[in-house]
Design a protein around this ligand. Structure first.
Ligand code: SAH
Length: 578
């Protein structure tokens, strides 16, 4: 039985429920308010639905906990057609619109009563709990906390009935959550609550609860199709319960092996790796080297390709060996948080280490105290890229930040070059095993173009005017060809204190091919505080109007500017070409 940890959907029908819904929302992190379209203003709901009954059934079927702020009867009628399998139902609660009653209806085994108590506490009303075991003992014995799983829900129900009928129980193993529970206990009781990673024997006088505490170590040779099944068989052969499995541990040399990823996913366990390849490549040795809490080995043979060990309590996978490292090369967009891709935001949240040029790292923050920021460690791009791989190949989650898009005059190419260059080196395998992702961003040319209208509406090119990393002669040739081809041109790095004359030189070349009336857009600090946008012409453009925080877009012969009624100026390049 899985414990319901997904955040609930708070479903409301009328505006009278909004205030209570907000109070309930505060109780559960990530909870969303679902409002009936047409009746609940969009600002008061996170999700709009059109038909209550279909919506509730959809939530129920997807296993989402439901808190419906309406009559219990309505909720029951809506989900009734789906009520057949009591084992997998999510919590469903009815709460009075005015917050005066909290009724857990379904999902007593997946936390409905616990939710009812939490909501009751927030609304200051006693929850209407009707589950007899829960009422008698003050907690649901069949709903152990995260990190534990019940061996059999049917046996659990039988066991609780026995207790309600007057039987006493003893507890074997560690069940700290039962400490405060009013169970009838006796040391010589015939009934036993057993907390153990060992499989339930089927005996009807015990309630077996498995801590997720087992680590399965596999060596180089354990691979191929059917690995999850073989692991489970090996667990059964050692008397271990499959619900106890918490971590799959593999040698560092197998980091990135897709077979392992698939297996861990199929088994729904964490995948971890030994810290370095000489930790011992025999499965039993790997466990000894990587498991840092007291544990019991379950090795069938010292040289088996699979070995198991059980910790004495649920295991935090983060304490076993290390993770496969990850390197996310992300673009922040031009600056505004709203223009950063959610995938980039997610990579920043997950990162243990953040690298990048200091200005951008500051833009990406603030960071949590547990995140390491390497803003100034390496000024040079290739060094920074190598540093990122060193951290990631040691199991860290690294976010490498660039502004705009990471692939446009930014870190993504440097990161790939660092990896490519490492081919002949001993760390190549480890660097290649890093989970590498490039997350795109809104590049400065696009952010500026959107502010101005659509100057990049037809063929265009982007050029960096910096001659730090390429000879000036190449820039001149490209400018000439691009100008002659009548492409719209977006200039990155147009000027800097160290490169004062290059922009004027570039404009001279462009002026040889384009009319003085050619439309030019200058965007400075677009998406950042103090942003400015200016439209001018090639004749009037002066390098003094441009600095290193400016994007210069030179129109083609077709690019035009006009003022809409009201005075707003728009620039665009039509889709056709005449
Ligand atoms: N990877 C970045 C570009 C880095 S090169 C991107 O995709 O946007 C740096 C140049 O980009 C600057 O010299 C400037 O020309 C331009 N630039 C970056 N951010 C900008 C912004 N917010 N507004 C205008 N131009 C910007």
């Amino acid at each position: 039985m899985a414990r319901m940890t997904a955040p609930p959907a708070i479903v409301i029908l009328g505006v009278g429920a909004v205030a209570t819904a907000r109070r309930v929302q505060k109780v559960f992190e990530g909870a969303t308010i679902h409002g009936l379209q047409g009746r609940i203003p969009a600002a008061d709901a996170d999700v709009a639905y059109t038909e209550l009954s279909a919506h509730l059934r959809g939530l129920y079927a997807s296993g989402t906990p439901v808190v419906a702020l309406c009559a219990a009867g309505i909720v029951i009628r809506c989900v009734a057609p789906l009520l057949s399998n009591k084992g997998v139902e999510p919590p469903v609660l009815a709460v009075a619109e005015d917050g005066s009653a909290v009724v857990p209806l379904l999902g007593g085994l997946s936390g409905a009563n616990a939710m009812a108590r939490e909501i009751g506490a927030a609304l200051d009303v006693p929850p209407a709990i009707t589950t007899s075991g829960e009422l008698r003992f003050g907690a649901c014995v069949l709903n152990p906390p995260d990190g534990y799983a019940l061996a059999s829900i049917d046996q659990g129900k039988r066991f609780v009935s026995d207790l309600l009928a007057g039987e006493a129980t003893r507890i074997e193993g560690d069940a700290p959550w039962l400490d405060g529970v009013q169970l009838p206990r006796a040391n010589d009781a015939r009934r036993t609550i057993r907390v153990t990673p060992l499989a339930w024997s089927g005996a009807t006088d015990e309630l077996v609860i498995h801590p997720r505490s087992v680590v399965a170590a596999i060596d180089e040779t354990a691979t191929g199709d059917g690995l999850p099944e073989r692991l489970l068989d090996a667990m059964r052969a050692r008397g271990l319960a499959e619900q106890s499995l918490a971590v799959l541990l593999a040698p560092a040399s197998r980091t990135g092996d897709p077979v392992l990823h698939d297996a861990a996913q199929a088994l729904q366990v964490a995948l971890r790796f030994t810290a370095d390849s000489d930790a011992g490549n025999n499965a039993a040795q790997m466990l000894r080297a990587s498991l840092h809490v007291p544990h019991t080995p379950f090795d069938a043979h010292a040289n088996a390709s699979v070995a198991f060990a059980a910790a004495h309590a649920p295991l935090d996978p983060a304490t076993v060996g290390r993770a496969r490292g990850k390197l996310s090369v992300i673009g922040l967009g031009p600056g505004a948080a709203s223009l950063m891709a959610p995938a980039a935001r997610a990579a920043l949240t997950q990162a243990t280490d953040i690298l990048g040029y200091e200005t951008y790292v500051n833009m990406a923050g603030p960071f949590r105290a547990d995140q390491r920021v390497h803003g100034t460690d390496n000024r040079e791009e290739m060094q920074r890229a190598r540093h990122a791989f060193e951290l990631a190949s040691a199991g860290r989650h690294v976010a490498m930040v660039s502004s705009g898009d990471p692939g446009v005059f930014a870190m993504a190419a440097a990161v790939l070059e660092a990896l490519d260059e490492a081919q002949a080196q001993t760390h190549y395998a480890a660097w290649s095993a890093v989970e590498l992702e490039i997350v795109p961003g809104v590049s400065a040319a696009f952010a500026t173009a959107a502010q101005a209208g659509a100057p990049l509406g037809h063929d265009f090119c982007v050029l960096s005017l910096s001659d730090n990393l390429k000879p000036w002669s190449v820039i001149e040739t490209r400018l000439r060809h691009a100008a002659e081809a009548d492409l719209v041109m977006a200039f990155y790095n147009p000027i800097s204190r160290a490169r004062p004359w290059q922009l004027d030189k570039a404009l001279d070349i462009v002026r040889d091919f384009r009319a003085p009336s050619t439309v030019v857009v200058l965007g400075r600090d677009i998406g950042r505080p103090g942003a400015t946008l200016k439209t001018t012409t090639l004749a009037d453009l002066k390098s003094a109007d441009v600095d290193m925080r400016t994007m210069v877009i030179i129109g083609s012969s077709a690019t035009r500017a006009f003022c809409a009624a009201g005075g707003r100026e728009w620039v665009y390049t039509p889709r056709w070409y005449g």
